[in-house]
Design a protein around this ligand. Structure first.
Ligand SMILES: Cc1cc2nc3c(=O)[nH]c(=O)nc-3n(C[C@H](O)[C@H](O)[C@H](O)COP(=O)(O)OP(=O)(O)OC[C@H]3O[C@@H](n4cnc5c(N)ncnc54)[C@H](O)[C@@H]3O)c2cc1C
Length: 470
């Protein structure tokens, strides 16, 4: 067997078959002639187009080196970016704000405060970016999402709002290498990690990316959730979708699906969450990064009772790089963004539940996976200790996840009742588990692993590719 075929076998076994793929699409973007993404019940997965030949070894080695499904060397990446975190719950930051876009039409259309869209529009208008890689519903078909290179403010605005579907954005890496100018990218945490590893390795396309805007990500869903929602409302598989929005209308927004037969079906954000356990993207249980710690700028919903009452759309915004801090300052001064600085403690309190889910929960879930003898992603740090009470809560999370594996149960859950019921369960669960989930969270100490072999592998991989080229 050739070295390339052997490497693909390891990749397939350790990442794909073991369920550790994070669906970022980087392996396909680096090897478009060899690999393609195939839609499966558990998300898009890389598959061979043909047998690997010896000349594929360079591209495969790079894909293997930067695959977030094997883990992410966070400490080395932070160091490489010159950003050592003071706070491992949030990652490195320069300043944290609450805010929203001044342009009401951007703010109202967006997922939370429209900060990401306003920023991308500004980068295009000031010609600092030639294009922005974003995700948009309705291009391939009215109900499917895909990554697209937006070259005008109109195209960026058309792609605003969150899409709760796993989209392998980085399969478009090759296209980035062909661009003349710099590009801004909206990347989910695992995609941002792959980009940073590729940049460290010297990959040309990744180096075109001069700005990474990163949404916070709690959980994501596999494709199929929308059809399950429609099935629950008695819509047959043959009825076509005319348009789909995940965060339509007043913040926090509603799922709105318009059908070809003239009907429109809607569910408020906290109601359609009943789909999450059944279509939960498994990798979002396994990553400790909620706030998109490797992005230049991270943005989440600003969940705070007074802001929720005020409505309109509010974001929590973390400037991590100098470029992000400068850009926010400039946009604020130009009256394009409203920003109010807040402390890290307030940002943590706003999302303590999800931060705990990732910073302690993910490590407990990984321990369990390792006990079952399955490969686990390695992150280069871990919490020094997790209280027994928190471990007990994780058992209940495990039960929810297990129930969610039985999608057939959805047939028995009429969405009219399931939505409100789920919203109630969610509120009750948050209230009951709050004391345990918050206890000791802020004081959690993290053990940082010494330099890893993985880091050397990343730095060497690109060198191998370029040396292998004739
Ligand atoms: C899957 C997912 C889960 C999230 N979970 C949480 C959470 O638990 N808590 C929280 O506070 N916030 C979460 N967010 C972030 C939140 O929904 C908003 O994206 C964020 O507040 C930015 O708001 P905005 O108004 O500035 O974004 P907008 O101005 O609306 O811009 C959003 C940008 O993100 C791009 N985008 C949308 N979906 C995707 C995607 N799937 N992959 C890549 N790019 C995408 C769009 O193309 C657009 O450019 C999540 C987002 C996503 C996509």
């Amino acid at each position: 067997m050739s070295a390339a075929a052997e490497l693909w076998r390891s990749f397939d076994g350790q990442v794909v078959a073991s369920g550790n793929c994070m669906h970022c699409g980087a392996c396909v973007g680096l090897n478009p002639h060899l690999l393609e993404m195939e839609q499966t019940e558990v998300g898009p997965l890389p598959r061979l187009r043909r047998s690997p030949s010896p000349s594929d070894i360079g591209g495969l080695r790079l894909a293997w080196a930067v695959c977030p499904g094997r883990g992410v060397p966070f400490p080395e990446l932070f160091r490489h970016l010159g950003r050592e975190p003071e706070c491992w719950l949030l990652g490195p930051y320069r300043a944290i704000y609450l805010g929203y876009a001044a342009d009401e039409s951007i703010r109202r259309r967006a997922a939370s405060g429209g900060v990401i869209t306003a920023l991308l529009v500004h980068l295009l208008e000031t010609r600092r970016a030639e294009a922005a890689l974003v995700v948009r519903v309705g291009l391939e078909s009215a109900e499917r999402a895909a990554a697209v290179l937006a070259r005008s403010p109109e195209e960026v605005i058309a792609a605003s709002q969150s899409v709760y579907e796993v989209v392998p954005t980085l399969q478009r890496l090759e296209e980035l290498s062909r661009l003349d100018g710099p590009v801004a990218v909206v990347a989910l945490p695992e995609q941002a990690a792959a980009i940073r590893m590729l940049q460290a390795a010297g990959h040309e396309g990744a180096r075109r990316i001069f700005f990474v805007a990163g949404p916070y990500v709690g959980t994501n869903m596999y494709r199929g959730a929308v059809r399950a929602f429609l099935r629950g409302h008695g819509v047959g598989a043959d009825v076509r979708v005319r348009s789909l929005e995940w965060r339509a209308g007043e913040w926090p927004g509603r799922l709105r699906v318009e059908l070809d037969d003239g009907r429109t079906l809607e569910a408020p954000k906290f109601h359609y969450n009943y789909l999450t356990p059944f279509y939960l993207a498994r990798h979002t249980l396994m990553t400790p990064d909620f706030t998109n710690e490797l992005a230049d700028l991270s943005v989440g919903d600003a969940w705070r009772p007074d802001l929720e009452r005020a409505g309109g759309g509010h974001s929590v915004v973390i400037a991590r790089s100098e470029a992000a801090a400068r850009l926010l300052g400039e946009m604020r001064q130009a009256g394009l963004l409203f920003l109010e600085e807040i402390s890290a403690e307030r940002a943590i309190a706003m999302h303590a539940h999800m931060i705990d889910f990732k910073k302690r929960g993910a490590f407990l879930r990984l321990q369990r996976q390792a006990r079952h003898g399955r490969p686990v992603p390695i992150y280069g740090y871990r919490p020094a200790a997790i209280p027994v009470s928190r471990r007990a809560v994780e058992r209940l999370v495990g039960i929810f996840v297990w129930i969610g594996r039985h999608r057939g149960l959805l047939r028995w859950l009429p969405p009219g009742a399931a939505g409100p019921l789920f919203a109630w369960i969610r509120r009750a669960w948050k209230a009951v588990s709050k004391p345990v989930k918050r206890r000791g969270l802020s004081a959690t100490r993290f053990l940082i692993e010494p330099e890893s072999k993985r880091w050397e592998e990343i730095l060497r991989a690109a060198q191998d590719v370029y040396e292998a080229e004739p």
